[in-house]
Design a protein around this ligand. Structure first.
Ligand code: FER
Length: 266
């Protein structure tokens, strides 16, 4: 059931916004980054987008971007084409050059996507909850040690699609000392109740630079983000809420990233 405020508040991206930039020299690059996880006891891998013009002598804000329940660290680049989306925005001066870290959000010793009949098992879902400590204790310190990051909350964002959107709500709201910018695209129903995540609405109100929530009205999971939006409204926590005609699909995630990245770190 849609309410009067469940409406479109963001525009569609221009044609070609998620196609590889024609000028190869103006593109960023994607590194494979390995780090030690004390959560899984294994080496884990993340993809790291370095923007065009990247130099270790500069300092960059960092966006951590999380995939869906059946994906891995390659989903945002290989499927959604996040690198192409960022290349266009940065070439056009519409987004601040940033590092984008795309981890594997399934913090299990075997973190490969499971076969289709095992995707929705409790074992697979548990890996996404275990990722919280992997991200905070292992990945973020390793990224800050290797890359020239602006390593404070105002220059660190967390966002994700579907399962990754639910992780963003759970991890982000519980750690506003680490992230000032949050976004959930088509967030899955793994988000905890806001009363648990936000014990102090007044603090959250001042700490959050942006809380971005988007979902399509053809997405069967819309009840989850819709109730997060309603709870935020009740708590008086400013946020962006977009409901468009999308389903649970790639084009809306590319469009959300295109729009969210322009608002980030301003
Ligand atoms: C669920 C439905 C969907 C769920 C997760 C998802 C954990 C995730 C979907 C996705 O990531 O695409 O009930 O429970």
């Amino acid at each position: 059931m849609l309410a009067p405020d469940d409406v479109r508040t963001i525009p569609d991206a221009p044609a070609g916004f998620d196609q590889p930039l024609a000028d190869a020299a103006a593109r960023g690059r994607v590194d494979l980054f390995d780090y030690d996880s004390t959560v899984t006891g294994t080496k884990r891998q993340a993809c790291v987008y370095l923007p065009p013009g990247y130099s270790p002598d500069k300092k960059y804000p960092v966006l951590y971007l999380l995939h869906g329940i059946a994906g891995n660290q390659h989903e945002w680049t290989g499927y959604v084409r996040a690198d192409a989306v960022l290349d266009h925005l940065i070439a056009d001066g519409k987004a601040r050059p940033m590092i984008v870290v795309m981890p594997n959000g399934r913090a299990l010793p075997d973190d490969r996507p499971p076969p289709p009949d095992k995707v929705f098992t409790p074992e697979n879902a548990a890996g996404f909850a275990k990722f919280e400590r992997d991200l905070l204790d292992c990945l973020i310190p390793a990224i800050d040690a290797k890359y020239p990051t602006l390593a404070d909350r105002e220059h660190r964002a967390l966002a994700g699609l579907s399962m990754g959107g639910g992780q963003t709500i759970n991890i982000g709201l519980a750690h506003l000392d680490t992230f000032a910018w949050l976004a959930g695209f088509s967030s899955a129903p793994n988000a905890k109740p806001l009363s648990e995540l936000i014990p102090d609405p007044t603090a959250a109100r001042t700490q959050l630079k942006l809380f971005y929530l988007s979902c399509g009205n053809k997405d069967g999971l819309i009840n989850g983000p819709q109730s997060v939006h309603r709870a935020l409204k009740e708590y008086g926590i400013p946020h962006l809420w977009n409901v468009d005609d999308a389903g649970h699909d790639r084009p809306t995630w590319a469009n959300n990233l295109h729009h969210f990245a322009q608002l980030l770190f301003r």
